[in-house]
Write a protein that binds this ligand. Sequence first.
Ligand SMILES: O=C(O)C1=C[C@@H](OP(=O)(O)O)[C@@H](O)[C@H](O)C1
Ligand SMILES: C=C(OP(=O)(O)O)C(=O)O
Length: 443
Amino acid sequence: MTETPALTDLWPAPHAEGPVRATVRVPGSKSITNRALVLAALAAEPGWLRRPLRSRDTLLMASALRTMGVGIEETVSSESCGVVGAGEAWRVIPAGLRGPATVDVGNAGTVMRFLPPVATLAEGAIRFDGDPRSYERPLHGVIDALRALGARIDDGDRGALPLTVFGSGALDGGKVEVDASSSSQFISALLLSAPRFNQGVELRHTGATLPSLPHIRMSVDMLRAVGAQVDEPETGGEPNVWRVTPGALLGRDLTIEPDLSNAQPFLAAALVTGGTVTIPDWPAGTTQPGDRLREIFTEMGGACELTEAGLTLTGTGRVHGIDVDLGEVGELTPGIAAVAALADSPSTLRGVAHLRLHETDRLAALTKEINELGGDVTETADGLHIRPRPLHGGVFHTYEDHRMATAGAILGLAVPGVGIENVATTAKTLPDFPELWTGMLGN
Ligand SMILES: O=C(O)C1=C[C@@H](OP(=O)(O)O)[C@@H](O)[C@H](O)C1
Ligand SMILES: C=C(OP(=O)(O)O)C(=O)O
């Protein structure tokens, strides 16, 4: 899949000499930051995002909204609105959206899916382009649904990027069917802009499966928090149907939660080394899928405690295999696979066929890279079988996938001599990863 890089291009993944003991402050959630930016841009009044994530995906979202006319100002404050230490913030000033503009989506699912609906509300042409991999990621659900709701889009009949949305300043909206089995982001994308569609939206998912439900809940909760009226299946609505009523959105003052999926490698470090890691500011209640780590890593041998100090995971040094459906929390798969490769019994990870269309084909990439370190992983139709074997050092390729890089770092803690190719790819959601990782190890 990738040529072997020169040794100098490799990041030598630190090997843990003993149990890791650390407190690690994890930056803000990618998924919450990018939803908050979209909702603030569509609001009827200015709003604030405090402790936003600043990473490739969120900076791409911010600059895309800016090119369409939205004001996003950087501010620094040590105390704001009673939130002591809230630190840096973005003030978002909504404006009439306009083209012509070009949006670089990078390889951010949230940008490529959440912004075409926003672009239908702009006056003028908005062109979307991105990394080569973004051309391969599914987008047809958003394109077809927007067309059915009245949008004019030129995608060269590819059903994918690059494309141009010819915004007319408004979209009719109304009833539409979407098969979101390849990405929950199709549903989130349409819901987030729907309060601004003339008739709102009545969205019916027609596919056999629906991944990443917590991320859809996150969209619904965040819409409701800015005043939108949403009916959805989980609170008594019709199965597979979401309805959003048209209406103005409030500008809010929102402090972004830490990214719990990015907390995963640090918690895994405690689990695989028999150490203790605390993640401060772990929310007591959240829609983030990373919260499921408390249950999953407990089943794999850790002990979790949620206190005022945050979430503390303590490992015994023994890691157990797991049989688990990760369909709701697919983005946790690479980290769980890495831990499973170090366990004392086999694992089966299920429900994640759609990971083949993530940043890379994650099922193929994990299989190949773990096996090249001596592991025994096989792909199934919808996941992975992982039989732990003694592993050895070698190159761990990352395929421009941030979660492959952090998975490799977990393996490196237990296996000497793992070199991670292009660790800088972690900048997609966690630019400071190498520093946070070595800091955790006390180096
Ligand atoms: O809406 C979101 O913020 C996300 C939804 C999920 O996408 P899929 O449903 O495509 O897996 C998840 O994997 C991605 O990391 C973030
Ligand atoms: C799948 C992921 O990202 P994206 O938002 O690009 O889909 C991820 O972060 O694991």
